[in-house]
Every structure is written in C-alpha cells, then in structure tokens.
Design a protein around this ligand. Structure first.
Ligand code: NAI
Ligand code: MG
Length: 358
C-alpha cells in the first residue's frame, strides 16, 4: 500500500462540472499510479447538485458538511442549472461549503499558455502571470440583508444587500497576499478598493492594507480603484503580481483575467482554509456552462490546473509542476478545445496530458 494516502471528496455537481472533474481525477490517478507507491488518492464521489435538488429538495445531504469535514481536500466541479434558481444552488452547495469551512482565501492564478491566442495584444511580447487573491468569507457575499423589510409589498419592495468588512477578515487575507508575494519573482501586492464611493467598508479595507503593508517593507504596494484596476488588467498587466480584492471585486476581476488568458475554461482556483482546521476546496473558476454541457466540449485545463493546486496543498510540489508542464506541452502542440479556437474534445486533451506526464 501507498506511503501516504490522501482522501479526496469529489463533488462534480452540474453541467460541465462532471466532465472536468472526471478529467482532473484521471490526471491525479495517473500520477499516483506512477508514483511507485509514494502516494495514493482515495476518492469518494458525492451526487450533490441541481439534479439532487430536484429529487430531494436539498442541494446536499443534511449532514453533508460533517461528512466532508474529515477529507484531506475537496475537488469541486461547478454548480448551477437552469432548473434551479442560481442563488438557491450556489448558496446551497458551494458557498455553504466555503463559508462553513472558513475557506477564507481564494487563490486564482491568471496564467497564459503557449499555443493559446490571448485577446490581449500585450500577451504576445510579454510573459504575463499574476494571481488574484480573493477574500472568500465576508465582503459583499456575507449573505446579510433582506427583502420587503418594511412590508411594502409588490411594486414597492425594498431589498438590502449588505457587505460585511471586519478588521480581522481584511487583515488575514492581506497578510496572505503579502506572504504569497514574497515567494514570487515580482514582490508586489496591488490592493483593489472602491473607497471613494464606499466610505465605510472600503475605507476600513484601505486602512488595514496600509497597516499590513508596513510589516512588509520588502514588498512593493499600490492601491487601485476597482474600475481602474479592470482597465489595468487590459492595459498594464505587466505591472501586476499579486492582486488582493474583496469577494465581489475579485470574482469579477478573475473572470476578466481568465478571459484575457483566452477562456474561462483555463482558470484554476483554490479555496483555502490556511489554518488547516477544515479541508480546502479546489475547483475551476468557471460555472456549469449549460450551453456546452454533455457534449465533450468542455476545456478541462481549469479543472486540471486546480488539481495541480491541490497537489501543492498536499506538499507534492514536483508533481504539481509536472502537471503544469504537461498542460503547457499540450497547448503548445496546438491541441485545443473549441473555446480556445481548436476542435479537440475534452478526452483528447486529457489523453495528451497523460501522454506528456508519462
Ligand atoms: P459559465 O462559466 O458556466 O459559462 C460562461 C461561458 O464560458 C459559457 O459560454 C461557457 O460555455 C464558457 N465556459 C465555461 N467553462 C468552460 C469550459 N470548461 N470549457 C469551455 N467553455 C467554458 O458561467 P454562466 O453561464 O454565467 O453560468 C452558468 C451556471 O454556472 C449558472 O447556473 C451559474 O450560477 C453557475 N456558476 C457556478 C460557479 C461555480 O460553481 N463555481 C461559478 C460561475 C457560475
Ligand atoms: Mg465567478
């Protein structure tokens, strides 16, 4: 038996989620099979998602969180299907897991691959690579608020959606970003703010950023308004290394980043509980893509890249590098799914990555 067995809960959920999770599992299982018994992965797959909701009225089992708690990591696909309102499916599964397991740091690298044409003209002559660090436990997705609070009824409804910013929540994600920056070639953290318009939460965000920055004199900093940062992603991406942002701002910016790299299907992400009191969750940035689901067209690179982030989390850094190199070799060879201009199917990409690994 293997020297070290990692238990992983797979939650493919909906649409292309099932296709890309199968792809990532194939890559991880191939690595384990070739490890000469150094490590193994013990998978348990859960059927939760919108199909499960239609049958049971629940997005996941009632005791699902207790079940998941004991795994070394969670590997997630994507949740959401037209049959269930998106706020029900997202809050019932993915956000429930992220918030209950205090996965407060969401790491989303923006990585450009050889052989994939970026819509960003600058990508042709620069080697671009930055990472969005998303506050993943509070901010605009704290779930605070309500509807029809004053009983005003149809036609006169009032809704409040309140953002929550705590000094502790801001501080821990910013320290995380600075620590990450220290390990990178370019030691820089860009804080994304909107304190000109949001005078309470975002001003606190700015103050904490200044205070934390003082502890990292070796790291360059800047504070940029979110609208200006979206322009900067396009116009001066070479000036970015680590970008730290609140829950909503980072959600939007990371989709922009993956689109600049060529497709939403390329982007990987880790929802980390850095304290390691709970399992962390690894998932592609994209959603369930109902428009292409079930046809073998999904780009598996975001999910496989997320599996590489999981390998890093397990301390298997050489293996993570090997997976990334196999992805690069595959895109460089011109084998691409339709979202990035090719004609290859999901399975063909997985086969090519497995060949490059072996
Ligand atoms: P989406 O990410 O599913 O799709 C946006 C576009 O990107 C579509 O044209 C889709 O075909 C394409 N795309 C996404 N992943 C791809 C892949 N792996 N390969 C090739 N093309 C890919 O976002 P959308 O359409 O806004 O949402 C669809 C559903 O997914 C909704 O129910 C939404 O709530 C849910 N969602 C779930 C997320 C999660 O579970 N983390 C994140 C984002 C959306
Ligand atoms: Mg998103």
């Amino acid at each position: 038996s293997a020297q070290r067995t990692f238990t992983i809960a797979a939650i493919p959920a909906d649409g292309v989620g099932t296709e890309v999770v199968a792809a990532g599992r194939a890559v991880l299982d191939a690595l384990a099979a070739g490890s000469g018994g150094r490590f193994a992965f013990d998978w348990t797959e859960f059927p939760w998602g919108c199909g499960y909701y239609e049958k049971t009225g629940r997005m996941m089992d009632e005791d699902g969180l207790e079940t998941l708690q004991d795994f070394d990591a969670l590997y997630f696909g994507a949740v959401g299907w037209p049959s269930v309102p998106d706020h029900v499916s997202l809050w019932g599964l993915r956000l429930r897991i992220c918030q209950s397991f205090d996965q407060w740091a969401n790491v989303r690298p923006v990585h450009f691959h050889p052989g994939i044409i970026s819509p960003l003209r600058k990508a042709e002559d620069t080697s671009l690579d930055w990472v969005v660090v998303r506050e993943n436990s509070e901010g605009e997705y704290a779930g605070l608020g309500g509807r029809n609070l004053a009983g005003r009824g149809p036609g006169n409804e009032v809704a409040l959606q309140t953002a929550l910013f705590t000094e502790k929540g801001c501080e821990r994600i910013m320290r995380f970003a600075f620590d990450l920056a220290r390990g990178r070639e370019r030691k820089k953290v860009s804080s994304v703010t909107k304190s000109n318009a949001q005078q309470y939460g975002m001003v606190l965000w700015d103050e904490v950023f200044e205070r934390v920055a003082a502890d990292y004199p070796d790291v360059e900093t800047e504070s940029v308004l979110v609208d200006a940062m979206s322009a900067k992603f396009v116009l001066h991406p070479e000036d970015l290394s680590v970008v730290v942002a609140s829950n909503l701002n980072a959600d939007i910016l990371s989709d922009l980043g993956s689109a600049l790299a060529g497709s939403l299907g390329l982007a990987a992400s880790a929802n980390l509980n850095p304290d390691r009191r709970f399992p962390s969750m690894f998932e592609p940035v994209h959603g369930s893509a109902p428009d292409i689901a079930g046809r073998g067209l999904a780009n598996p690179i975001g999910a496989i890249g997320s599996a590489a982030l999981m390998l890093e989390h397990f301390g298997l850094t050489d293996e993570a590098t090997r997976v990334r190199e196999a992805i690069e070799a595959t895109t460089a060879s011109g084998l691409l799914t339709p979202d990035v201009g090719g004609t290859a199917k999901t399975d063909e990409i997985v086969e090519a990555i497995l060949t490059h690994l072996a």
